[in-house]
Design a protein around this ligand. Sequence first.
Ligand SMILES: Nc1nc2c(ncn2[C@@H]2O[C@H](COP(=O)(O)O[C@H]3[C@@H](O)[C@H](n4cnc5c(=O)[nH]c(N)nc54)O[C@@H]3COP(=O)(O)O)[C@@H](O)[C@H]2O)c(=O)[nH]1
Length: 499
Amino acid sequence: MSRIHVYSLVLSTALAIIIVIGLYAASTHLMRWDMTRQSQSIYKLMDHLNRDAQSSWQRLENSYSVPCSAKQLQEMRSELFLTWHIRDIAFTDGSNILCTATAGVLSVPKALPEITYVAIRGAQISINQDWPVLGNMHDVAMARRGHFVLVVDPRSLENFVELPYPWELVHFLGGVRHHAAGLILNSEATVNHKYFGQFRVEQCNNFGYCVNVLSDIHTYLARNLPTTGLIVLLAYLFGWFSYVRIRRYLNHRQSIEYRVRRGVAADAFYPLVQPVVELESQRVIGCEVLARFRDARGDLYPDQFIPVVASQGLSWPFTINMIEKALHEIRENDLEDKISVAFNFMPRDITNGKILDLLQNPLVVGWKGQLTIELTESEEFEGSEAHQVLYKLSQAGFDIAIDDFGTGYSNLKYIDQLHCSYLKIDRTFVMDVEEGAIRSSIIPNIVSIANKAGLRVIAEGVENLAQATQLHNMGVKYVQGYFYGRPMSAAKLQEKIDE
Ligand SMILES: Nc1nc2c(ncn2[C@@H]2O[C@H](COP(=O)(O)O[C@H]3[C@@H](O)[C@H](n4cnc5c(=O)[nH]c(N)nc54)O[C@@H]3COP(=O)(O)O)[C@@H](O)[C@H]2O)c(=O)[nH]1
């Protein structure tokens, strides 16, 4: 499994978990909101009950004439029949109940219970009373106004409430909690954590009644199966989508294009120099500046990054950066006027004349030593503009070298047009020179032509003494290659020269 694959998997899983947590949190909020909304239905019922009671009192008081007469009892029974929540209606003389709609005239008047509280519209409420009159009911509420007492069984609310959650109606009086209707929910057992366990929503009204609703997220999600399914599907889709995106992004980040682009801004390029040696004296007479790249992911080699730099239109910023860095290091190591320094350029900067910026560059203009411009022979410099540019540069004192000579378009006329002073024989000719390879047999001809044209020849890619000796015998005066030194820092080159 590749590293990118693992990273993508870990990141997308983490993201999917975050999404699930987010959706879970959203669901808990949704559930609380639903519990609050649903609990309102109990208050609506209580309002209904209250309205029932008010109109019953009004009608009864209006029609009352002779207490507990047959007509009066008939009125009370009719009224009871019309109401939804009232279980019995009693007539009181102010201190005792004399008759009720269900029991008729009581043989022994029943004392009125103690008032628990007086409701906002003036009704005197007694809660948690027994009502022996009607099948010995317990915990009824009695509401008295005028001559009439309405007996309400709060449990009857349960028949009308269609809450999908366990609920309890309680009444608070003087800080004491009285169960009024619904399931008895143990308030201690309800966990009020915001996101886990059971959730209790409590809503109170101005009359001291509170509705408690209890639920947990699992029940909620089970009850809302489509929502749950959607959450799981969304998390899955999001996880998959982010996996694909992250993987693509990481691949992109790892791509050379991305690294090179970032590398320009992050200063990931640095120059090394490779010595050019005079065979006769074995002295280092010059060096070629070769760019290197290193970032957190490791090294990239010129054959990888040069085409990208060119394709991204960064050739000149990159080249001038290399030139300035290399010249600073060479100067710092006290080699400025001791060796010539050769740079590689991209053809575009020559054909479009950008390279002429060198003539305005203070570091280049003030340079005490010899500078060389290497042109790769495999690229044809078409049109007279490039030739003009190179002419200006040679007039300004730059040496021009044809790199990779033998691999490209060159003929002597072409070399002449480019105003060059060096031919660098490509290392493919040097490779098997000590074994008398056919390809290397052309070297003496190149040397002869170059001598006639007044050009110096450098053989590239010299890797051993036998090659160096053979090249010397063929008339080559200057060499470059691993045998004399791999590309190195300017400080190393200075040490090498001092040896
Ligand atoms: N426009 C620019 N081009 C640049 C720059 N820096 C480098 N380059 C060009 O990239 C090509 C590859 O360069 P590199 O990988 O640095 O390879 C050079 C040497 O390391 C290698 N070399 C030198 N001696 C030997 C040897 O003995 N054996 C062996 N196998 N390889 C050797 O050759 C490359 C130098 O080639 P050349 O430039 O033709 O002299 C290369 O084309 C570079 O030009 C840059 O800053 N700008």
